[in-house]
Design a protein around this ligand. Structure first.
Ligand SMILES: O=P(O)(O)O[C@@H]1C[C@H](O)[C@@H](CO)O1
Ligand SMILES: Nc1nc2[nH]cnc2c(=O)[nH]1
Length: 295
């Protein structure tokens, strides 16, 4: 079990107040960059950035491919804040710490959270370099009690028992697929189910087979806790996985996953993911809060 060293409302508020005092940007959209996808922040105009180590209360990034900077700016005139680097449970952080920025974003006035990640493809139709719009998730740590909402509920953020059906906004998913067509990349685009496992090791073959049989399309080591916390506090959520590798599911396959090639695939698809996210932000109905319609 994780230790229930919860973060108080005042601590989130203190960080939000500090950021407000340091920047004039008032973001409506927050973007979390997955492994190798930090270039999403490069598209922001009128940038102002802060090293995580300078932000009171923020954890620091320890993983290669996560720069550890919070970047404020605009995408096509829309105010955004972008995490160039996220926090993972396997780094030794509690789930309260890994999701800390999400509640800070809520207090900053953010309405929509965009989460991105690098993931291994399990579904037969997914190839390395494909983009999977997340339709739903399986939060494996949560199924055994590791949940960022454990402990006393903070009613100021949301209810004790929040529903997770429909936590990936349907309108935003449809819009992203339309944008993919218009950008001429619909051949890369899919919708599917993401599963979070604890990591940091990649899957054994037996684990990969199990996940595949359970109906998981892509597997990674993040995202679900951020989405749970965002949904709990009423943020609208959009998520995408860049399929950076095929998960090895056969004892005859001599391939194996490695972090360096995952970073390379991020680099390869950086422009496409950047265009997709920029168009999504510029075309989304900014005042629409979560629709929470089931899939
Ligand atoms: O932060 P994300 O989920 O994109 O990172 C994935 C999972 C591991 O942190 C890393 C493995 O290369 O990529
Ligand atoms: N668990 C897991 N995380 C990943 N992140 C990127 N690729 C993978 C993978 O194959 N497995």
């Amino acid at each position: 079990m994780q230790s229930i060293e919860q973060i108080s409302h005042d601590e989130y508020q203190m960080t939000a107040d500090w950021l407000r005092s340091q920047t004039k940007h008032r973001p409506q959209v927050a973007i979390i960059c997955g492994t190798g996808l930090g270039m999403l922040a490069d598209a922001l105009q009128h940038q102002e950035s802060f090293a995580y180590s300078d932000i009171p209360g923020f954890p620091v990034s320890t993983v290669q491919g996560h720069a550890g900077r919070l970047v404020f700016g605009e995408l096509k005139g829309r105010a955004c804040v972008c995490m160039q680097g996220r926090f993972h449970m396997y780094e030794g952080y509690s789930l309260f710490k890994t999701t800390f920025p999400v509640r800070v974003f809520k207090l900053l006035g953010v309405k929509t959270l965009i989460v991105t990640n690098a993931a291994g493809g399990l579904a037969d139709g997914l190839k390395t370099g494909d983009i999977m719009i997340i339709k739903d998730h399986v939060n494996f740590p949560g199924l055994v009690g590791l949940n960022p909402l454990s402990g006393p509920n903070d009613d100021k953020f949301g209810p004790r028992f929040p529903p997770m059906s429909g936590c990936y906004d349907k309108d935003l998913r449809c819009l992203a697929m339309d944008i993919g067509k218009q950008l001429g990349v619909s051949g890369l685009m899919h919708e599917g189910v993401y599963a979070m496992v604890g990591g940091p090791n990649f899957e054994s073959i037996a684990e990969a087979k199990l996940l595949h049989r359970l109906g998981v399309d892509a597997v990674g080591m993040s995202t679900a806790p951020e989405v749970i916390v965002a949904t709990h506090c009423g943020l609208r959520v959009f998520g995408l996985s860049l399929i950076t590798n095929k998960v090895v599911k056969s004892y005859e396959d001599l391939d194996s996953a490695n972090h360096d090639s995952i970073l390379e695939v991020g680099q390869l698809r950086s422009q496409t993911v950047q265009q997709l996210v920029t168009e999504l932000v510029s075309r989304m109905d900014i005042n629409n809060t979560t629709t929470n319609t089931a899939i």
